[in-house]
Design a protein around this ligand. Structure first.
Ligand code: UD1
Ligand code: CA
Length: 455
């Protein structure tokens, strides 16, 4: 089987510098959705027809299994498929897809390809408002005889509600000859792919139709409004899949998965959470409202409180994170670690049962087990040019408002007094404190504001 994806169209109505088919839907380019669905059918050839300004498309999505056919200028859908002809192989079936119809399911395509055995198969739907689409014209016996474009149609034909989705499958061997016979003698002066239907009928080839299970599978993106509509459809599908697997969602309409979200049993996700890239939530993880997670793994039983932001980080089981916590790339937390509000962790590992509960920055650090990091603690890891490591060994206690000037090590069981600026290693099991001696001055007068005399 050959698959041809038409993606040379301009997409003027997107009003964007980004080529239409590169606009993201559920975190992935429109065209990438179509390519993925096509790949599931394991075609022998997967050919993309790209157009003017399409170099960005090719550069973004190129892969070894793709053949790229340039269509320049764009003279219609029939002319587009013609550009793909040199890449098509064998005498099996050729399936035509659109790069801007992203949610087509591979199950639907498989059914269409099945009915295209020695026939021309068209994916059609009945729409309450068929305006703008090509109409499926049938004879009295109900057989398809041709497709007429809206702009070439008669008032009678415009009343037909069955439309051409544009997705078709046909015997590859016939395609070249049909395309060679197309003319642009029509209202749009374009070479219409749809004209091959009439040719197939004339040759006595059966025309068969198939329908998608869901209307949204065949909806195209021509504007940002349609893009947003399809985004909600895609998110709804993801939410339903998650719920069917046992995930509890506070509101399936307020979830955004822009990538892959893998969940164990009894996961709960509150409203307005965004998941990007690959995120894994183990059993019984609870995600509070308004959390953002990107490329992260969260261990079983861990709870993230509201407004937690996690990127490229790993959280162990039974953790308590947030609210308002930020785990940046390279944060690795073991089991039962507590990270509280306004705490930022970057490129640091924290061993089991340790706590960093309030207003702290931990960067480039290795923290042992059962460590308590007090409020306001900062690792001074950067001198403006280089980054340095901080090591805090097991059972250390870091007093509040401490600055750890890296590179520096706090020994096992050491205590740092509040307000310490640690510039040399703190030995194990001792209290280390750097603090100016406290003094009280008697008879001191607080300055008072001069009172302005009225003139
Ligand atoms: C086409 C169909 C119409 C169908 C409708 C469904 C034809 C003549 N008409 O109409 O029956 O109801 O789609 O949306 O086929 N493209 C190219 N090169 C071109 C022209 C188009 O690659 O020269 C690509 C576009 O990028 C797009 C697809 O083909 O992905 C369809 O193009 P579009 O202009 O939307 O087709 P319509 O005229 O709307
Ligand atoms: Ca269209």
């Amino acid at each position: 089987m050959n698959i041809v994806i038409l993606a040379a169209g301009q997409g003027k109505r997107m009003h964007s510098n980004l080529p239409k088919v590169l606009h993201p839907l559920a975190g992935k380019a429109l065209l990438a959705h179509v390519i993925d669905s096509a790949r599931r059918l394991s075609p022998q050839t997967l050919c993309l027809v790209y157009g003017h300004g399409g170099d960005a498309v090719r550069a973004t999505l190129d892969a070894p299994d793709l053949a790229w056919a340039l269509q320049e200028p764009q003279l219609g859908t029939g002319h587009a498929v013609q550009q793909a002809l040199p890449y098509l192989k064998g005498d099996g079936t050729t399936l035509i897809l659109y790069g801007d119809v992203p949610l087509i399911r591979s199950e639907t395509l498989e059914r269409l390809v099945q009915v295209a055995q020695d026939a021309l198969a068209i994916l059609t739907v009945e729409l309450s408002d068929p305006g703008g689409y090509g109409r499926i014209v049938r004879n009295d016996a109900g057989q398809v005889i041709r497709i007429v474009e809206q702009k070439d149609s008669t008032p009678d034909e415009r009343r037909i509600r069955e439309i051409n989705t544009g997705i078709m499958a046909m015997p590859s061997a016939r395609l070249g000859e049909w395309l060679a016979r197309l003319s642009n003698n029509n209202a749009q002066k374009e070479y219409y792919l749809t004209d091959i239907v009439g040719m197939a009928v004339a040759e006595g080839l059966p025309i068969r139709t198939a329908n998608p299970k869901n209307e949204w599978e065949v909806l195209g993106v021509n504007s940002k409004v349609q893009l947003a509509e399809l985004e909600r459809v895609a998110q709804r599908c993801t939410a339903e899949q998650l719920m069917e697997q046992g995930v509890r969602l506070a509101d399936p309409a307020r979830l955004d998965v822009r990538g892959e979200l893998l969940c164990g049993r009894d996961v709960f996700i509150d409203v307005n959470c965004v998941f990007e890239g690959k995120v894994e939530l183990d059993e019984a993880v609870e995600i509070g409202p308004n959390c953002v997670l990107k490329n992260a793994r969260i261990g079983a039983g861990t709870r993230l409180a509201a407004f937690t932001h996690i990127e490229e980080a790993v959280v162990g089981p039974d953790g308590r994170i947030g609210p308002f916590a930020r785990l940046r790339p390279g944060a690795e937390l073991a089991e039962d670690v507590h990270i509280g509000n306004f705490v930022e962790i970057k490129k640091s590992s924290i061993a089991a049962h340790s706590k960093v509960n309030h207003l702290a920055y931990i960067g480039d650090a290795t923290i042992g087990t059962r460590v308590n990091v007090g409020a306001g603690t900062i690792t001074c890891n950067y001198d403006g040019a280089n980054k340095f490591q901080t090591v805090i060994e097991d059972d250390a206690f870091i007093g509040s408002d401490t600055q750890l000037v890296a590179p520096v090590t706090v020994g096992r069981g050491a205590t740092l007094g509040a307000g310490t600026t640690l510039t040399r290693d703190a030995p194990p099991d001792m209290l280390t404190v750097s603090r100016a001696k406290q003094a009280s001055i008697s008879g001191w007068k607080r300055p008072i504001k001069a009172v302005k005399s009225k003139e």
